[in-house]
Design a protein around this ligand. Structure first.
Ligand code: PMT
Length: 395
């Protein structure tokens, strides 16, 4: 494997020499490109010695008297890993800037770039950073989410560069992904549903769709054909194996699920479906005429229960549970009531906010009780753990 590593100016660049050693030890060829500022954080001499190759920093190479050819780097590499990827480089990637050798090489890669953003807590939470991550994902870049923990600033939270071992496995999984779901037909529901009150108002919830999208992406990367039925979210998936069906209300989601159910082998129901909808949708915007207003609600169909009732012996249903009290007991109750093969309980204890967060912590229950607990991790990692578990209960 030919691994091209792009190093940018972040404190965590100190981990990259160990990552290079790991790749070399495992028989990979490694070349590195550094942004000029990153040379203040880790020495090019160390990088060059460990990678056994010259390091590209500027377009013009003073030592060889020739230019560092960004196109040749792109052609040589099986994958381009940019780690750590600072907020500044992330912004350039999102914009398509081309003001240094690393950026020119990125633009020369054929859609095979992985980035590992690492920065301080507030920076990683900043809306521009979030926006730039969405943009590069839409451009086909794979993003390794940062770890949670102590940061160079002394703060603690999301933003740490994952350990070299983790980065190594992420790159290897990308280059030789498991294909244990090759051509299996999977359905995933994701996001919230919006239940209209009048032409401008609705009843909804804070689901972002991140958990469902992460599950869909992981299945697709393992070879499955995924029908992703999603309520309103800002997320998009560009994976060729994901067919996205966009819906708004619970009834629309129900119709989409019924349409695709017969061809489905595994259904994962991660959507936060509204349990009730207004009995009537007002034709005109409701006017503020009285001190109080009552809206009559009617129960929505339970989509997971419907799938549980209508599944054959070759189909599996996996639901989620979001509980604020008696969580384990309620999750078990849902498993039985909805005739699911497993229920993934979002554990709120250490992960106060699972809606719209990039992390989650889950406990998985099956007919035998608690089957697995996954500690707080990125939703990408949680999705991988859930699907590894589904492997144990599939037909
Ligand atoms: O989207 P994110 O911001 O990433 O957040 C992820 C999540 C918290 C939304 C997700 O992990 C999750 O837990 N989704 C299910 C939330 C939920 O509605 O839980 P519930 O306990 O109300 O429902 C139990 C199960 O029945 C779920 O699988 C749900 O999809 C399903 N259901 C519920 C009601 C209904 N009318 N139809 C259903 O299919």
């Amino acid at each position: 494997m030919r691994i091209l590593i792009g190093i940018t100016a972040g404190i965590s660049a100190y981990k990259i020499p160990l990552l290079i050693r790991k790749f070399i030890k495992e028989g990979c060829e490694v070349r590195c490109i550094m942004t000029p500022d990153s040379t203040d954080f880790v020495s090019p001499l160390v990088i060059s010695t460990l990678s056994k190759n010259p390091v590209g920093i500027e377009f013009w190479n003073k030592e060889t008297g020739s230019w560092n050819n960004h196109v040749a780097y792109g052609e040589w590499a099986d994958v381009f890993l940019i780690a750590p990827c600072t907020a500044n480089t992330l912004n350039k990637l999102a914009q398509g800037a081309c003001d240094n050798l690393l950026m020119a090489t990125y633009l020369s890669m054929r859609h095979n770039t992985i980035i590992s953003p690492a920065m301080d807590l507030e920076m990683y939470q900043h809306p521009t950073v979030k926006r730039n991550i969405e943009q590069v994902l839409a451009d086909g870049v794979r993003v390794i989410p940062p770890d949670h923990g102590e940061l160079a600033s002394g703060l603690s939270g999301e933003g740490r560069l994952p350990e070299p071992e983790t980065l190594y496995h992420e790159v290897m999984a990308h280059l030789a992904p498991q294909k244990d779901y090759l051509n299996i037909k999977v359905m995933v529901t994701a996001g919230p549903t919006y239940e209209a009150i009048d032409p401008v108002r609705f009843i909804g919830n804070h689901s972002s769709g991140k958990m469902g999208f992460a599950i869909a992406e992981n299945f697709a990367s393992r070879g499955a054909w995924v029908t992703l039925i999603t309520g309103p979210t800002t997320l998009e998936s560009s994976h060729e194996r994901i067919h996205c069906v966009k819906v708004t209300s619970a009834l629309e989601m129900f119709d989409a699920v019924k349409t695709h159910w017969d061809e489905t082998e595994i259904g994962v129901f991660a959507a936060a479906v509204a349990d009730y909808r207004p009995t009537q949708i007002a034709e005109e915007k409701i006017k503020k005429t009285s001190e109080d207003l009552s809206i009559e609600l009617i129960k929505n169909p339970d989509i997971l229960s419907w799938a549980g009732l209508n599944k054959s012996s070759k189909q599996r249903t996996i639901g989620f549970a979001l509980e604020t009290n008696d969580a384990d007991q309620n999750a078990r109750g849902k498993l039985a009531r909805k005739n699911a093969d497993a229920i993934v309980l979002n554990v709120l204890e250490e992960n106060e906010k699972c809606f719209n967060s990039d992390t989650n912590k889950v406990r998985i229950f099956d007919v035998n009780g608690l089957a697995l607990e996954l500690p707080v991790a990125s939703k990408t990692k949680i999705a991988q753990g859930i699907i590894d578990f589904i492997t144990t209960i599939r037909v």
